[in-house]
Ligand binder design. Structure first.
Ligand SMILES: *Cc1c(COP(=O)(O)O)cnc(C)c1O
Length: 404
């Protein structure tokens, strides 16, 4: 295990009071905090090598390009992609999903199916619904059980040769369920469907191996993975990225432009039109290096410990209802207190310095399935502690007393 005090010292934002109380940051599933090395790398970039990339012959442009491409290789190695040109820089998970859903327009026709799951974030539902509207395809949904686990028998029953792509998350943001994506990928491939994995909630907790998974696409966001907002990654298998049309037209993504015809650049540039978020792309690599330095095995073990402790302590509160009790879970606890609106609890615990998320967590269909307006969600990162969980439990009890 690691030295938690040393880890916490890496995150300057944690060392402050909010509303007069020590900050307890439990909204990591919405965005993670940033370690000092990431904050420094942003300043360093703008103080030393800022220039546009892939175009200048001058030295700074070359240095910025080298740093950007080095970060692409960091990500390639991290996710074990076969080629660095299979790693595209995006503005985040949402961008990656839209890029693929848009590109699939030409592979989908009326009568086909697009499959998502009952556990998806809105950003892994709406772009696929828009694809269905454009093409006349129908959306299929893998249902879940009362624990918040996807029902694999139903998935087996639903999938057919008419299913063109299956888009599921690796880990659910609303409930923390870890989905059996290897099974889904293998079964989908057996019937000829491609698979898109939304890894937004997985990348902060584990090291995905896209070749071992055999994923066709895997997307995540920099900002949930200790990196800057507006940075993200879309991995796509070479054969798919070759087949998909460009998403946006512009500079950087072309080979030759005339008014009669334009030819496109090769991978990855075909999908990277315009000046990208250069600093974001570079610093995302710094964030991934930092996380690997801490070690994903250590992170997973420590966070599972927090999850067990949090479950146990929260369940000691009268009227506690845990929402999402899957056997395989990441360190996310969604809960409600009997007879009390989640928003009221969130507002009161904030007054006690504790940041949790309340509401539907961009997953209204999940809330509808449980017939609740929302939940209180505490999502733990490797820089959180059991003492902070104790503070949450005390605050929730106090809020409960004030509200009942
Ligand atoms: C956060 C999240 C997204 C969207 O990510 P953005 O960074 O907002 O683009 C998609 N899916 C899941 C599971 C998420 O948690």
């Amino acid at each position: 295990m690691f030295d938690i005090n040393a880890i916490r010292a890496d995150f300057p934002i944690l060392n402050q009071k909010v509303n007069g109380k020590p900050l307890v940051y439990f909204d990591n599933a919405a965005t993670s905090q940033k370690p000092q090395v990431v904050i420094d790398a942003i300043t360093q970039y703008y103080s030393t090598i800022n220039a546009n990339i892939h175009r200048g012959v001058h030295t700074l442009s070359q240095l910025a390009t080298d740093a950007y491409e080095a970060s692409r290789q960091t990500v390639q190695q991290h996710i074990n992609a076969k080629h660095s040109h299979e790693v595209l820089f995006t503005s985040g998970t949402t961008h990656g999903i839209n890029l693929v859903a848009s590109g699939f327009t030409q592979f989908v026709k009326a009568g086909d199916y697009i499959m998502v799951s009952a556990l998806e974030h809105h950003s892994n539902i709406v772009p696929w619904q828009m694809l269905c509207e454009r093409t006349g395809a129908t959306l299929q949904v893998i249902p879940m059980n009362e624990k918040g686990e996807l029902i694999m028998e139903e998935f087996d029953r639903l999938i057919s040769e008419k299913t063109k792509i299956v888009a599921v998350n690796h880990i659910s943001n609303a409930l923390g369920t870890i989905n059996p994506i290897k099974y889904i990928i293998d079964r989908a491939h057996a019937s000829g469907a491609a698979v898109f994995i939304d890894g937004a909630q997985a990348a902060p907790h584990l090291k995905p191996d896209v070749q071992a998974l055999d994923a066709d696409f895997y997307a995540f966001s920099g900002h949930k993975t200790c990196g800057p907002t507006g940075s993200g990654i879309l991995y796509g298998k070479e054969e798919w990225l070759e087949k998909l049309p460009p998403y946006q037209g512009g500079g950087e993504m072309i080979k030759e432009v005339t008014f009669e015809k334009t030819t496109y650049a090769g991978l990855p540039h075909k999908f990277e039109a315009g000046t990208p978020h250069i600093e974001g792309g570079i610093v995302l690599g710094t964030a991934i290096d930092y996380l690997n330095g801490v070690g994903f095995d250590a992170i997973a073990a420590y966070e599972q410990n927090l999850l067990e402790y949090g479950n146990q302590k929260l369940l000691e509160i009268d009227g506690m209802e845990l929402i999402g009790t899957a056997a395989e879970k990441a360190s996310v606890i969604s809960f409600n207190l009997k007879g009390i609106h989640p928003y009221d609890v969130g507002t009161l615990v904030d007054k006690m310095g504790i940041a949790v998320r309340t509401g539907h967590h961009c997953a209204q269909p999940v809330m509808n399935a449980f017939c609740i307006p929302g939940t209180i969600r505490a999502s733990f990162a490797f820089y959180n502690t059991k003492e902070e969980i104790d503070a949450l439990v005390a605050a929730v009890k106090k809020a409960q007393m004030m509200l009942s």
